[in-house]
Write a protein that binds this ligand. Structure first.
Ligand code: GLP
Length: 261
């Protein structure tokens, strides 16, 4: 795991976007794994801007989102499909048929199997972007998820439901179930990049990077991935025991490579 500590949430987003853009410049037909939540919004804004400046194209890119709520239609304003259209897809030159999000309607078991097959047929995910739940979830893999799980339906914890209630108005029914890539699915990506910002994520970041690998903290499974980049702001990094070491590695990397990433 490489830990990059950025000065601000904005710098987290900028560095994350830079990674995506480098990948797309090297491999224009890359397969991206995408995430929802508030953290990647600023990263997507950077991608949109860089597209508008003609620095990157998504014409050949295929995307697979991590998860979707069960029981709400894609057109629902709180669906992750609506989120992705609004925050990214509607503003870039990606082909709609190349954007994949699990369907929250229909039979979740059949949908899960079909989603795994689609990822496999696309040749696997080159770069999986992740946010981090306060309880350590990635995608919607809540604590005690199998570390080798595949795409399937999950029941959300009360904590996650509360954390995400800010996106739903009082009269809207909030789903308690979701379909999510499994931890095993995520670990199959060739590269993983997790972004986290803010003091509320500090405990989860500490457990992910320095805690034991445990199903109680799903993100800790990333310690087993050979190429995971964790980009955090100073607040999210504040509880890391080896923070001075990560900063030292960062400055050495800059000295040797001329860039952090
Ligand atoms: C949701 C998503 C996760 C995301 C998490 C954190 O639960 N399913 O993929 O990482 O929220 O969201 P935020 O970035 O808003 O803190």
């Amino acid at each position: 795991m490489r830990v990059i500590i950025a000065d601000s949430p904005e710098a987290v987003a900028r560095m994350g976007a830079e990674q995506c853009i480098r990948l797309l410049q090297d491999k224009p037909a890359a397969v991206l794994g995408l995430a929802t939540g508030s953290t990647p919004i600023a990263l997507y804004a950077h991608l949109i801007q860089r597209r508008q400046q003609g620095e990157v194209s998504f014409r050949q890119v295929r995307t697979f989102n991590l998860d979707e709520y069960i029981g709400i239609a894609p057109q629902h304003p709180q669906s992750y499909r609506s989120f992705m259209q609004k925050q990214l897809f509607d503003h870039i030159d990606i082909l709609p048929e190349n954007t994949h999000i699990p369907s929250g309607m229909g039979d979740p078991m059949a949908e899960s199997r079909a989603y795994e097959d689609k990822i496999h047929s696309a040749g696997g995910i080159d770069l999986q972007i992740l946010g981090l739940g306060r309880n350590g979830h990635i995608g919607f893999n809540e604590p005690t998820s199998s570390l080798s799980s595949r795409t399937r339906a999950k029941t959300l914890t009360q904590e996650t439901i509360r954390d995400n209630s800010r996106f739903f108005s009082a009269d809207e029914e909030q789903p308690h179930l979701a379909i999510t890539m499994g931890i095993g699915t995520i670990l199959d990506a060739r590269k993983v990049m997790l972004l986290a910002a803010g003091a509320a994520k500090a405990d989860a970041v500490k457990a992910m990077v320095e805690g034991p690998i445990s199903a109680m903290h799903p993100a800790s499974a990333l310690q087993m991935h050979p190429s995971t980049l964790v980009i955090v702001d100073t607040e999210a990094a504040s509880k890391l025991e080896l923070i001075d070491y990560y900063r030292w590695v960062q400055s050495e990397t800059l000295r040797v490579q001329g860039a952090y990433l």
